[in-house]
Design a protein around this ligand. Structure first.
Ligand SMILES: [Zn+2]
Length: 178
C-alpha cells in the first residue's frame, strides 16, 4: 500500500456497518451493470448506480467501445441518466455507487452534479494491477502540476475574453451560473 493510497483511505469516513449492509444491494446492482459492459463488449468491467432516498434513480455501465466515446464511463452514463430522469442538473440529494474508484473525469462530474457521497469497491491502485493505468496516471499528473503543461496551453486569451465580455453584457435574468 503506497503513501498516496494510505492518505486517501485515511480521509475516507467510517460508516455504520448496518448502513453499509443495508446499501450493499446498490453496489451489487452496480456490479451487474459492470458485468453487462464486460459481457456485451460495450466497455470495461465497470458499473455505477445513483440512489436517492434509498431508491435507485439510474444505472450505467462503461460504454466506451460501443459509443466510441472515451468519456462514456459508468459514472458519467449514470449521471446523465439520472439528470435526464429527474429533469434537473442538481444531484445533491443523491449517492453514487461505483464498482471502481472514480477517475478524475468522473470525480469532477460528481462535483458538477453535487453528488453527496460516493461508494467504491476497487481502488485505482488495484485497477492498475489489473492493467488499467489511465486514471492513476492522471491523478499523478494533477498532483504534480495541476495539469500537464505539455498538453494544456494558455493562449488566445484576447479572443476568448470577447465571449466573456458578451456574457457580461447580458441581462441578469438571462444568466445562469453553474
Ligand atoms: Zn471515469
Amino acid at each position: 500500500m503506497n503513501a498516496d493510497f494510505q492518505r486517501r483511505v485515511k480521509n475516507t469516513i467510517q460508516l455504520d456497518p448496518e448502513e453499509l449492509a443495508q446499501k450493499k444491494k446498490f453496489m451489487e446492482l452496480a456490479l451487474e451493470e459492470g458485468r453487462k459492459a464486460m459481457n456485451s463488449g460495450a466497455g470495461g468491467p465497470f458499473g455505477a448506480v445513483i440512489v436517492r432516498n434509498n431508491e435507485v434513480v439510474s444505472c450505467g455501465y462503461n460504454m466506451v467501445f460501443e459509443t466510441l466515446d472515451p468519456t462514456a464511463h459508468a459514472e458519467i452514463v449514470a449521471i446523465r441518466n439520472a439528470t435526464q430522469k429527474l429533469g434537473q442538473l442538481d444531484l445533491s440529494d443523491c449517492e453514487l455507487f461505483t464498482t471502481c474508484e472514480p477517475c478524475p473525469q468522473c470525480l469532477a462530474a460528481t462535483y458538477w452534479a453535487g453528488i453527496s457521497r460516493i461508494y467504491y469497491g476497487i481502488t485505482q491502485e488495484e485497477n492498475v494491477k489489473m492493467g488499467f493505468p489511465g486514471a492513476k496516471r492522471m491523478y499523478e499528473a494533477f498532483e504534480k502540476h495541476g495539469s500537464d503543461k505539455q498538453v494544456v496551453v494558455f493562449a488566445y486569451e484576447d479572443i476568448c475574453q470577447k465571449l466573456m465580455a458578451e456574457w457580461l453584457k447580458k441581462d441578469a435574468q438571462e444568466k445562469q451560473y453553474y
